[in-house]
Write a protein that binds this ligand. Sequence first.
Ligand code: NOJ
Length: 557
Amino acid sequence: MTDQWWRDAVVYQIYPRSFADGNGDGMGDLPGITARLDALAELGIDAVWLSPFYVSPQADAGYDVADYRDIDPRFGSLADFDALAERAHALGLRVIVDLVPNHSSDEHGWFQQALAAGAGTPERGRYVFRDGKGDNGNEPPNNWQSLFGGAAWERSTDPDGTPGQWYLHLFDVKQPDFDWTNHEVREMFHDVLRFWLDRGVDGFRVDVAHALIKADGLPDAPESSVADPAPYEQEIESEAGDRGPMWDQDGVHEIYRDWNKILGEYPGDRMMVAEAWVSPPSRLARYVRPDEMQQSFNFDFLTARWNGPALRAVIDSSLRAVESVGAPATWVMSNHDVIRHASRLALPGDEARPGGIGADDPQPDAVLGLRRARAATALMLALPGSAYVYQGEELGLPEHTTLPDEAREDPTWERSGHTERGRDGCRVPIPWEADAPSLGFGNTSGTWLPQPAAYRTLARDQQRGDPSSMLEFYRRALRLRRELQLGKGRITWQETDPAILAIEIETAAGSVTVIVNLSDERLEVDDLAAGEVILHSAGPSADQRSLGSDEAVWVRR
Ligand code: NOJ
């Protein structure tokens, strides 16, 4: 029997471009990460997940991989990766790497060979090439849209210079989709998994895990799934299967069963976490059946509205769905694809998740956002299962909502015809020291995206040791979560007003009630739970026995 460490692990997402710059070129790198790992061990997390650092032309910030078995020189070398993994393991941190199996870069050797080899060749069979429709094949093979905007098909040029077949790219034109019915593709990824497992990685985050298999014959998509392709905005719905022919096809599960067996050949409980924007939770639970992946990101939680009934419903349905297959729940509020939750939870309008915010847009309320972010953290870190923390959320970083448009690098901005600002605002290099160049991100002032003025006072060195800071709040919550084994708990809802969440969590180490006040009234803790307040989202100097709107407490019985 192994310990299945991932069941209640807190995993910290490192976005290598923006975590720490070791060589002063303005972009983060692996040596930069290694040098800063102590700060993460001190924070009290269990594992790090690194977004892609592989060889890549960076058309989609590294999610366009040209060589799955090597490091991009911008980020370092394989020796740097080994040093990072060794240091992380010495600090007791597991290492999860990103695997991008749905598509490669168009600069991957296989895609270049496919272009050169021409229609009908085995080289083309590794990607999704099709003849066009209409006169001379001038029209794309079907109506699918790229998630970054525009058609999901690009016409290739034959070696003799004439227009040729079209290839599928659900994302950028520089990210051709693999054909996962092809056995060479499957074998290549088996080798890639083994390559990184042999190097000692503890797990994989699997990019767009629900997209690898497309419906037979590539039928047109229903209008609903092509109409608004703003990234991560699509509702991919329904038990009945009307989810669009490119998403969540039953055939994907066979792939993950094969991978599960490969991971099982290695010691130490290696794991996989699916990035699958699949709903409802019962459908998502299929990815974490006992012989598939170990976890899937809970995006229903991330996208839930900030109100009592919505949060209660999503917590309940998430727990029910994973329990049905014996998997742990996961909880996540931010990542490199969405508006940082310290801003998202206090947007001025009614839109749940805009595809980016620009200087001309109505701006989020920073004070309200931070208050809600603290309460959301108290809620998330109390819940049973595993939690994901995105770099900088422990500092309370807001989204950079006033980036100059010329600085934007997310392909969404161009492909949407400048209608979607995209994801750069959550990817800005994070602040370490208020008085250092680039706020301590690197040893020079250049950063690949400019840092907003607001990041200065939020730098780690300004917060460290200040009990009222967000950083110390995370450290305290993570320490208590570990001591009280909250990740292993069982929950019971306390009956309250629908605008108040009160959840009792019982573990072998005790019983804690988390209370979140989503009402407009100030509440007295004694009216809701008896015991000692051990964590207050408003910090240790707030009145510990009462909580205002958008505040939360942990009460130990
Ligand atoms: C999901 C990743 O998180 C996102 O950043 C990327 O653009 C797409 N998948 C395509 O790989």
